[in-house]
Design a protein around this ligand. Sequence first.
Ligand code: ARG
Length: 585
Amino acid sequence: MAPVSSIASHVQQRIADALTAALPEAGAADPLLRRSDRADFQANGILALAKKSKANPRELATQVVEKITAGDLLADIEVSGPGFLNITVSDKAITETLAARYADTDRLGVAPKDKPGITVIDYAQPNVAKEMHVGHLRSAVIGDALRGMLDFTGEQTIGRHHIGDWGTQFGMLIQYLIEHPGELAPAEEVDGEQAMSNLNRVYKASRAVFDSDEEFKERARKRVVALQSGDEETLKLWQQFVDESKVYFYSVFGKLDMEVRDDEIVGESAYNDLMPETARLLEESGVAVRSEGALVVFFDEIRGKDDQPVPLIVQKADGGFGYAASDLSAIRNRVFDLKATNLVYVVDVRQSLHFKMVFETARRAGWLTDEVTAHNMAYGTVLGADGKPFKTREGETVKLEDLLDEAIQRAADVVREKAQDLTEDEIQERAAQVGIGAVKYADLSTSPSRDYKFDLDQMVSLNGDTSVYLQYAYARIQSILRKAGDTRPAAHPELELAPAERALGLHLDAFGETVFEATAEYAPHKVAAYLYQLASLLTKFYDQCPVLKADTPAQVENRLFLVDLTARTLHKGMALLGIRTPERL
Ligand code: ARG
């Protein structure tokens, strides 16, 4: 389908051309166009230009207006204030542009970018043998949304779920399993819940022996060595922990209505073979130095409490490699083997210092160059209604699955109340879409770096900035389209538009630009804000413009076309964020 350029971009071009004609020495000047309440758009760029060329801004503005070719696009241009331009576009241009978008069911006329890069996105990275917590929820939800947005812009994305599947705790776990065989059922025999409860039991029991029995501790330590040296029996048991955990991860991701591919689960352990070389390269190049037996990297500007430099530890004095070594090795893999041009990490803000040091080390080593961007999309903490980090009443971390189940339950209450004609099965199906959507949207609608309150009552509310409000907007349109029967949506560019139609139409036209901007800034909340505004403009439109009872048959068709395009845009935007839009609610 042919891509459609937005009205804003056409207006921008007309004014820029007129600016150059009126003031050739200005070259390609930016008219600084934005949406405005007074007219459709306002151009503010003339002020700065006039100042630069010592011209009178109002006079320059008037000259610019004289040079503008209005054509079919512009209905009115006036100079206002000290030298702004207020620009009104024609109704015809709005309807024709939207009709072209409507014809492209798939992409709404939004062209993918010319030169896509390769983004490796590190997200949804829980830890083996451990319960997932709300922080892991954020990484999964934000990462999945960002990926949807990147894909839509045409970027090639590769997911990496850097799960915590390595480390000394496995010595303890495996040793315990050797001494208590049969405590973990084979992975193919358990569901997610059983898997996690088995793992939890083994974790707690092994921890208890480890803390109380010195001899066990010693055996566990030896087991770590066996694991690291690739002992077959040890590795087999380690694999069992990983497989069992994956059963659990998949059940949570499934409940989250999120696709996770097995080939993209590439945990810390996957970089084991690279780590000795990573250390050697860093040491040989002098990027890392030996300090008290350990191999470390220092940074002038990063200092701890006592003003002592805080180093990044590449290799411990006992020869072991840790978290940093695996991340540094992962960078080499992602840049040199996967050919990434962008690296994104969706990780808790509490790991920001770690990533700062890792990126800087990789730069010094020459693994990160100007051709590759590295960005930590650091997200804030999930808070309870009391504003403190989210915990159960007993002060324990909340189980992710319980939380999702509760969201679905609350959603079922809302759905049941609204729709009396649904069967219980239908209610449950929609409740899952509404409840999970609510959890995702609440997370995505605030800037990721900010903490946010996990408040289920607010999340499933029908009013305000919630996914339920957006889903209702969508379902209501579907209901109107069903009621329209044989009358089909059709664009009528000859019709005059009401103010609420123009506002809705211009916002619809800005979908692609908004998604591109939000993606470039790694800001899913900007897509959420766009969708919320879209639903709000739709509500205003309903208040002022009857659809099925409009004055003429042509107007009915044109309004059906407008609401249908709104529905498609809502659907597309929500899908980018990983949220469903049920046809009925
Ligand atoms: N598994 C880690 C955690 O739970 C997050 C991993 C983040 N990604 C990375 N490349 N270090 O905290």
